[in-house]
Each structure stands twice: as structure tokens, then as C-alpha cells.
Design a protein around this ligand. Sequence first.
Ligand SMILES: [Zn+2]
Length: 80
Amino acid sequence: MAGLLALAREQHRNAKAESYCANWYFYRDLKPKLLLLVGYERRPAHALLSSEAAYDVASDAIYEALPNCRKCGCISLEAS
Ligand SMILES: [Zn+2]
């Protein structure tokens, strides 16, 4: 979990790139790792961590650590 937050924070190094998509990075890279740690797919199951609430808290924290999207198009996709 702390490792994933560190990965998310490292994304700020890409801040000078022309475009950046936090969602793309999250779903492609971080979410598969996160699902191994929290939520229903966690193995072995854990009393606290194997819950949807635990997944929500963890994914929110990681999202907050990511830079904002820039010129990536996903914001307009969400709005449609
Ligand atoms: Zn985006």
C-alpha cells in the first residue's frame, strides 16, 4: 500500500510532459497491484482488507497522490 502511494507520487516527475492521464496510469498500472492487496480478490482473504470499503479508501488515497490529468481526453469522456 505504501509502495503504491510512492509510485503514485513519483508520477509527479512527469509533470512537465505535454499530456498526462492519471486514470490511464491508475487502471493500467496501479489497479492490478491494488487488487492484490485490498478488495474481494485479495488472497489470502483478510477481515478488514478484503472489503469494498477498504478498496475504496485505498484507491481514493492513490488517486489523490496522482497528478491531475492534462490534455488526455478522459475528462471529456466522463462528461459525456
Ligand atoms: Zn485522463
